[in-house]
Write a protein that binds this ligand. Sequence first.
Ligand code: HSE
Length: 442
Amino acid sequence: MACKIGLLGLGTVGTGTVQILLDPMQRHPLVQELELYRVGVRSPDKPRAVNLPDSLVTTDLEAIVTDPKVDIVVELIGGLEPARSLILKAIAHGKHVVTANKAVIARFGDEIFTAAEKAGVYVLLEAAVGGGIPVVEPLKKSLCANRIHTIMGIVNGTTNYILTRMQTEGGDFSSILADAQRLGYAEANPTADVDGLDAADKIAILATLAFGGRVKLSEVHCEGIRQVSAADIAYAEKLNFVIKLLAVAKRNPQISPGDTEQLQVRVHPTLIPKVHPLASVNDVYNAILVEGEPIGQVMFFGPGAGAGPTASAVVSDILNIAAILKVERGTRTQENGAPLLDPLLACSHQHYCAIAPMEELNTRFYARFLTQDYPGVIGSLGICFGNYDVSLESVVQTGLRGELAEIVVVTHDVREGNFWQALAEISTLEAVSSIPSTLRVL
Ligand code: HSE
């Protein structure tokens, strides 16, 4: 019996998904058993890259998610509403859901997965993080024997493209953003990408998967790349770093047994040593590095967006569900009568992780100062840092910017709260004109 797909949305990823479904040859034989049953669109007359019979296409998206014949609803309309309501309605009608919608999952995952568990349906989201890169299912299945301690990555292609061009061309953020918009690499409204919000959604989802507890998006520290300047990129280069927008989720070390376990979950531009595996991930590519015990490090690299790659992830989720339906349809049930779910594929937690405050983070920092150029200035900076236990790894003064001396310091690992206290004191020094940038260092 064919598995009937109700597709919501025929944009870039929806079109890529239809192209796979309608061209099953030389793919897994199960693709032939998927039936594109209904396609919901907002504007039926819009020209499309795929030709579909009129009988398949409807503007009534609710009719798809409530249709008793549909087995799997594939939500590819994006945005918060009506996506959230349609997903919840599909679940309430016993449909499995496949979605690429990181914004909805990061904000409403609790509501959606609680409903899905009760209804005994799957909500799969491989396409929501890293586009075509398989990372969600590896975290759920292939790596599930590991104790994961860190997951970090470059999960936003737009910002990686902009930073890569800033690095190779030496241009400023705003001119390269404008060019990226002209070339179609950045959205007309670039906020979600350049302010780090898209990456924050993605790392919240990855942290939930890696650490087995939900993460409140409001607790994810999020900085974008607008403040990264050509000067910082040039200094980073001299110091053997590249600057990337890094999304990090990490288990904080437990100081003593019985301490509440806390996670750090954060997105910010970061100086990465050139020898680090993430440093060579350029242009629109994404990569996610997972560290765990006993596996050590494993890195997933590939296209983080685009019709074909993202559709590859969508269809793999559809196939996972179709395979289960094929062998188990209705044979095993929970106490409430709903179908029993595969514990590796379904969401398996209800609690929220405790997130550590940023001031407790231990990290290296890069800071750039513009100061008067007279004897003792570097010494006074060193004294202020020393007052707050901030140890310096390097101090560089390469020249003047106008009348002012430009001094760049890189610290050793320090408590973040101490670094900001030292910086507040430094900003009051008469010799210090401004502190144009501070960035964390991996
Ligand atoms: N806007 C995202 C990016 C792609 O630039 O990577 C979709 O997640």
